[in-house]
Design a protein around this ligand. Sequence first.
Ligand code: SF4
Ligand code: SF4
Length: 80
Amino acid sequence: MAYVICEPCIGTKDASCVEACPVDCIHATDADEQYYIDPDTCIDCGACEPVCPVTAIYAESDVPGEYESYIQKNADYFKK
Ligand code: SF4
Ligand code: SF4
């Protein structure tokens, strides 16, 4: 399991979650449209979820149906 960053991050991308993460597994470059969580490094602590101002972060098991593709989108980002 892992936490997943979904569509609301696009256009906000304020990096609040990055500072909250104890294992530094949330990444993006300036050119990326959103931040992504590395599912292999995330320890499921949940610290990032409440600090997001736009409710973009969900536990994988709680990702709303319309954002389901973001589970793969986050994982794929780290396979580049
Ligand atoms: S759940 Fe914890 S480890 Fe995973 S991305 Fe959020 S802050 Fe980082
Ligand atoms: S806190 Fe939310 S909006 Fe800000 S970078 Fe993280 S996921 Fe994106």
